[in-house]
Ligand binder design. Structure first.
Ligand SMILES: Nc1ncnc2c1ncn2[C@@H]1O[C@H](COP(=O)(O)OP(=O)(O)OP(=O)(O)O)[C@@H](O)[C@H]1O
Length: 315
């Protein structure tokens, strides 16, 4: 049962000026947030708002300039051993499954390494069993065939599933997902987000979902934290933030979203048409002002009308 907490985090980067000198850029400025087990918190903002810098601090790739990170209320210890222990509890899924996997190693190697490093397995038979479990957890089949493949032999979605399996290998309690679907084909984004959501429930994970897509943030998160130029400008329950944005920047994000009516949602709607229990209807009028580079449709599931998130369109 692990809670991840960021307290007044700041990060300054030294950047070269136009002349000879350099100056400091405050990429993250006094950001606090808390992610609890079984909960997804979305960190939302436009490019350059500081989201990835937050992620890098929270996974301990970079140190904060000031502020602190607490895991279950305890401040982090310094040193390699402490970082390794931290990473066995807090893992990250990166944006790009093409560069986050080593192209020269088969999948089996990329998954068994963290299993061994973090002491999850000791023998060959334990390793084999755990590899099968991981493949099963991320719905990759046939497991043995895929384990022997190289990343370039897999689709983008399969690669991201492998990356998720690798993140799960140390049996973490916290998952940081930094734009985990933005590099993927529109048609599979929802599947990957749904997988992360299922894993959250099954493993009681605390999930920080970093995205610029407010629609999926609302769908998959209980809370949304909105960042702008390094600062938090708004936070709250996801529905409240989307339906009643208070800060002008959040209102702008919501308003600036493409109209889902003009989004090519028909492509994904076609996928749903093959599901006999769901019929695609009109786009839900309530969401026409949504910040959506996602597309939605009103669907009828038996008697009940439901709004389905069908996928995201490329930004
Ligand atoms: N290593 C670095 N050195 C200097 N400046 C940096 C560095 N990394 C990020 N920045 C700057 O910090 C700010 C925040 O960047 P960051 O990548 O955290 O934003 P972001 O919200 O994740 O954006 P994106 O979605 O485009 O990745 C930007 O102005 C960026 O140019």
């Amino acid at each position: 049962m692990t809670t991840l907490e960021a307290l007044h985090l700041c990060k300054e980067y030294r950047v070269r000026g136009t002349g000879l000198g350099s100056s400091l850029l405050r990429a993250v400025d006094d950001v606090s947030l808390i992610v609890k087990p079984g909960e997804t918190v979305a960190l939302v903002g436009e490019s350059g708002s500081g989201k990835s810098t937050m992620a890098k601090m929270l996974i301990r790739l970079i140190d904060p300039t000031s502020g602190s990170i607490l895991l279950d209320g305890s401040p982090l210890q310094k040193g390699r051993v402490a970082v390794k222990q931290y990473r066995s509890r807090v893992q990250m899924v990166f944006q790009d499954p093409f560069s986050s996997l080593n192209p020269s190693l088969p999948i089996r190697h990329q998954l068994s390494r963290p299993l061994r490093i973090h002491g999850i397995v000791r023998t060959k038979s334990e390793e084999e069993r755990e590899l099968m479990r991981l493949m099963d957890a991320v719905n990759l089949a046939p497991a043995k065939t895929i384990l022997d493949k190289y990343p370039h032999e897999l689709s983008g979605g399969q690669r991201q599933r492998v990356a998720i399996a690798r993140a799960l290998a140390p049996q973490p309690e916290v998952l940081i997902a930094d734009e985990p679907v933005s590099m993927l084909d529109v048609s599979i984004r929802l599947e990957i987000l749904q997988l992360l959501d299922d894993l959250k429930v099954q493993r009681n994970l605390a999930v920080l979902y970093i995205t610029h897509d407010l629609a999926t943030a609302r769908h998959f998160s209980s809370q949304i934290v909105v960042m702008r130029t390094g600062r938090v400008v708004e936070r709250g329950l996801s529905d409240d933030v989307i339906m009643n944005p208070i800060h002008p920047y959040t209102q702008l994000l919501v308003r600036a979203a493409p109209d889902p009516k003009s989004a090519p949602f028909v492509v994904d709607a076609e996928r749903y048409r093959s599901h006999p229990e769901v019929t695609i209807g009109d786009v839900d009028p309530d969401i026409t002002t949504w910040p959506v580079d996602s597309h939605w449709a009103r669907a009828w599931d038996g008697e009940e009308a439901v709004t389905k998130l069908l996928g995201s369109v490329a930004a």
